[in-house]
Design a protein around this ligand. Structure first.
Ligand code: ADP
Ligand code: MG
Length: 256
């Protein structure tokens, strides 16, 4: 099964996430510069742009990892500007990191269980994690395709498998809106395809996505709506076919 998406699904809808004049500088570097962007509820949204265009900084401002210098962030019409990450997560946002974050000395299954609630590892070790939670974790591992690794320590599985584990643990809390930062980075093509198929299935089941990615091919095949960043702000947006043929996008990527 390939991840080619038909564009007839692309329609305008309600905003899942909106930023207004969002800015963040590091010293003299305007990593995010007055960015006003809207991502659509129910869709697979993409955010692309050349290296250093501010995608990760934007992502971190939106998810509460860093505080923007100015501007506003709203998620499903709720102002979440400056909220702490755990509060944003509780409001329904699941996220993964560009540089994968798993607990290296915990097993794959334990990583899934701590994702649901921080106390679950203790509960798991003391035998008090509910069987239903363990079953759910195993089902999710099967879904991301690494259930055969449940007893391996996370540090012993491949980087691509760690990314799948991180994705699986993000999904354990059943977030209605998921943001992924470079899910395909450093991952081999067959695992990239698995991620793409999973994102598509979850979207069909109702999960909204924002995928930040350097891999143009993946984004073009996967997304309904794409925003292109250059120098910290959007320069183009629309369905894949429109973005792909926009001369500003080619210029930003190729410097032509
Ligand atoms: P992208 O994810 O699109 O590659 P980033 O958001 O990582 O872009 O970076 C945007 C710009 O901000 C780059 O010039 C980068 O060097 C700079 N930058 C990002 N994070 C920091 C930081 N913590 N300290 C200083 N500069 C940073
Ligand atoms: Mg980045």
């Amino acid at each position: 099964m390939t991840a080619t998406r038909t564009e007839e699904r692309t329609t305008t809808g309600a905003a899942v996430l909106r930023t207004e004049n969002l800015s963040k500088s590091f010293g003299g570097v305007h990593a995010v510069a007055e960015a006003s962007v809207t991502f659509l509820d129910g869709k697979i949204n993409g955010l692309i742009g050349p290296n250093g265009s501010g995608k990760t900084t934007f992502f971190n401002c939106v998810t509460g990892m860093i505080r923007p210098d100015s501007g506003r962030v709203t998620m499903r019409e709720q102002d979440i500007t400056g909220w702490a990450p755990h509060r944003i997560a509780r409001a329904g946002l699941g996220r993964s990191f560009q540089l994968c974050r798993v607990f290296p000395r915990m097993t794959v299954l334990e990583n899934m269980l701590v994702a649901v609630q921080p106390r679950s590892l203790g509960q798991y070790l003391s035998g008090s994690t509910s069987p239903a939670t363990v079953e759910r974790a195993r089902a999710m591992l099967a879904r991301v395709g690494i259930d055969h690794l449940e007893r391996s320590e996370a540090r012993d599985i491949s980087y691509g498998q760690q990314k799948l584990l991180e994705l699986g643990s993000t999904l354990m809390s059943d977030p209605p809106f998921v943001m992924l930062d470079e899910p395909a980075g450093g991952v081999n093509p067959s695992l990239i395809e698995r991620i793409a198929v999973l994102v598509r299935e979850l979207n069909d089941e109702g999960t909204t996505f924002l995928v930040v990615e350097h891999n143009m091919d993946l984004i073009m095949r996967l997304c309904d709506h794409i925003v292109v960043f250059d120098r910290g702000a959007p320069i183009a947006e629309g369905p894949p076919s429109v973005v792909q043929s926009d001369p500003r996008v080619l210029e930003a990527y190729l410097g032509v």
